[in-house]
Design a protein around this ligand. Structure first.
Ligand code: WT7
Length: 648
């Protein structure tokens, strides 16, 4: 007799995975790390992980809600990630094993190669007028030139904003305008699942509304024919040719390193600001202890550089630690579903860091793909982006990790810059589905509505009660929104926007967002962003968006749409609106389903009752409907939702 799925889940959650003594003996993190005092910890890590042009004189200053770290210190992130490794005689060490999506395209870049390429681009940017403080946009796929572009900016002290290559022209343009970027770095096209993505053409469209951009540097990647605008656009290979020395700009600890835009609860994305020293120390320290990297480790973070995971754990953290990484351009199922495992085998990957949504895709495809390859080089696995369901955790452990690799389920955010809640491999006994403990020096807790700490009995809101080096330094030019979003719920306490509970062993379980933010395949999308994209279409009168659970993507977007003039929906309109959202925001925001309805459920005061739409989306019993202006509306929507389900 087999247990019911619900019971099986409980059993998986209750499994315990204690550290293996052999791993523990060699681990970078030893148990006394949890006894280290906060200030001592960050002071000595600050000195050890980073090379300073001038030492810091004060560890930190905390004037809520703003923190400053390593005050008085001068440094350069690019120098730390590239030059110092070459100067120390490690120029021949591989920085990135790059694998293109088309089969057979491979390139190894050593730290010396990286230095040469970064210097060439930095010299070119200089000639285009980029100086300390000049904002630069980067819109690229997973090519080595993406980290090279970021590092060239960091070298000059020019803050960058990387825009994920899957974002639309509108999304790109909004970010370029908000930061007032003067230069954009992009590529002709990107490879994705055997076809090309027209990055340069999309960039051209975006630039029509982003007049601050004077120059565009275009990398030739696919060789596809793309229009070049005279006087504005230059080819990377034409301009990035000068090897002459290009010194690393000495930056103040608190100088802006980059902005990264992320979805909030309004249609306008937030520009999360990260500065130089605290960010670099934070990501290098966490990378060292959590991923247990050794001087000869081969490490692969399979994220995209366009997200914070790529910034912190493909570029700045690993390179600062001089780690050899893998960079893969394409999708996991091209040309076949074993592509990732062939990469692990080819480069002897030891440490693999990915997202639950990817693990669930592999799980769905079947473990036979992993079995085709020798994965015995793996010794540590990581997960990030959303709560990992215990089934996926156990599958990852058994079929990828061969039952021998510790799994680190790492909780953090674009805002936190670095991992904050995580097991430490070799120390922590892990449980499938729990991110376990705050990283040393991190003061996390779960609060109820009134700001009381919640014990093992109940759930509540995740908060952080002490600053940490890589924390955001605010939202770009939006002080009030910064205060309101993170600091208004509890005094001087950071409100993360996640539900959480702590169990009897003081382990944290993250329960998903508590605001109007959805998490689709580990990507943050706000309901309101999708709603604005929908009402932007000429035929849409009103739209409301909710998420429902999805076995692969974690959450899937369901939109409820009322058409103008009381018109009925159609399959054609459904496709048109889905594509409209993809065009406005990007394919990741495409609703899985759209339910057409003559009316949306509203309170008597006209507020859309999203809670009820979530119930409908999740196919749950409806919550309290007594405040509805017209109770029949939800019944109608439920019937329509049941007959119009059309995911792909
Ligand atoms: C949100 C942050 C951090 C890089 C990727 C996403 C969710 C992230 C976990 C985890 C449960 C997680 C949270 C968080 N999240 N990691 N290990 N367990 N939830 O960055 O786009 O800024 O999203 O992702 O809801 O608030 P992001």
């Amino acid at each position: 007799m087999s247990a019911s799925p619900a019971i099986e889940t409980i059993l998986l959650e209750e499994r315990r995975y204690p550290p293996h003594p052999d791993f523990a003996a060699q681990a970078n993190a030893q148990p006394e790390i949890y006894e280290r005092e906060f200030e001592e910890f960050w002071e000595s890590e600050g000195r050890e992980r980073v090379t300073w042009f001038e030492p810091f004189t004060k560890l930190y200053e905390w004037e809520p809600p703003y923190a400053r770290w390593y005050l008085g210190g001068k440094l350069n992130a690019c120098f730390n990630c590239v030059d110092r490794h070459v100067e120390a005689g490690r120029g021949d060490k591989v920085a990135y094993h790059w694998e293109g999506e088309p089969e057979g395209e491979r390139r190894d870049l050593t730290f010396a190669d990286l230095q040469r390429e970064v210097v060439r681009l930095a010299n070119a940017l200089k000639r285009l007028g980029v100086r300390k403080g000049t904002p630069v946009g980067i819109y690229m796929g997973m090519v080595p030139e993406a980290p090279i572009a970021m590092l060239a900016c960091a070298r000059l002290g020019a803050p960058h904003t990387v825009v994920f290559g899957g974002f639309s022209a509108d999304s790109l343009s909004g970010r370029l305008q908000d930061m007032e970027c003067e230069v954009l770095i992009t590529q002709d096209e990107a490879w994705r699942r055997g076809t090309t993505v027209p990055l340069k053409r999309t960039a051209d469209e975006a630039l029509a509304d982003a007049p601050s951009v004077r120059n565009v540097v275009v990398l030739r990647r696919t060789g596809g024919d793309v229009p070049m605008t005279g006087g504005r656009d230059v080819w990377w290979h034409d301009v990035a040719t000068e090897d002459a020395d290009c010194p690393c700009e000495p930056m103040d600890a608190e100088d802006l390193l980059y902005l990264l835009y992320t979805s909030g609860t309004t249609a306008k994305p937030k520009g999360i600001a990260h500065t130089t020293a605290g960010y670099l120390v934070g990501v290098a320290t966490t990378h060292h202890y959590i991923f247990d990297v050794k001087p000869d480790s081969v490490y692969w973070c399979a994220a995209d550089v366009g997200w914070v995971t790529g910034h912190s754990y493909i570029v700045y953290g690993p390179l600062c630690n001089g780690t050899t990484g893998v960079l893969y351009e394409g999708t996991p199922d091209f040309p076949d579903k074993d592509r990732w495992w062939s990469i692990v085998e080819r480069y002897g990957v030891e440490i693999l860091y990915t997202a639950p949504t990817a693990i669930r895709s592999h799980m769905k495809w079947g473990h036979e793909y992993a079995e085709r390859h020798d994965l015995s080089s793996l010794r540590l696995l990581g997960s990030v982006g959303e709560p990992i369901n215990p089934e996926a955790w156990v599958w990852y452990h058994e079929h990828v990790g061969g039952g021998r690799c510790p799994i680190v389920d790492t909780w953090w955010q674009t805002e936190t810059g670095m991992i904050l809640i995580t097991p430490l491999p070799g120390i922590t006994t892990t449980k499938p589905g729990s991110a376990t403990k705050p990283f040393p020096g991190v003061d996390a807790a779960v609060y109820d509505e009134d700001g009381n700490e919640v014990g093992p009995a109940g759930g509540g809101y995740l908060v952080l009660r002490r600053p940490w080096p890589a924390m955001l330094r605010g939202l770009y030019r939006e002080h009030d929104r910064y205060v309101e979003t993170y600091w208004s719920r509890y005094p001087d306490t950071y409100f993360a926007g996640d539900g959480a509970r702590i169990d009897e062993d003081d382990d944290f379980w993250l329960l998903g967002r508590v605001d109007d933010v959805m998490n689709v395949s580990g990507h943050r999308i706000s309901t309101i962003e999708v709603e604005s994209a929908l009402v932007d279409h000429g035929d849409v009168a009103e739209a409301a968006v909710a998420a429902r659970a999805d076995v692969t993507t974690g959450q899937a977007i369901v939109a409820y749409v009322t058409l103008k003039g009381g018109r009925d929906g159609s399959v054609e309109m459904l496709e048109e609106l889905r594509n409209h959202v993809a065009r406005k925001i990007g394919p990741i925001a495409k609703p899985a389903n759209i339910v057409f309805t003559p009316e949306l459920p509203k309170t008597r005061s006209g507020k859309i009752m999203r809670r009820l739409l979530r119930d409908v989306a999740e196919n749950r019993a409806l919550g309290d409907t007594t405040t509805l202006a017209d109770p029949m509306v939800v019944e109608e929507i439920k019937t329509r939702a049941a007959t119009e389900r059309t995911d792909d």
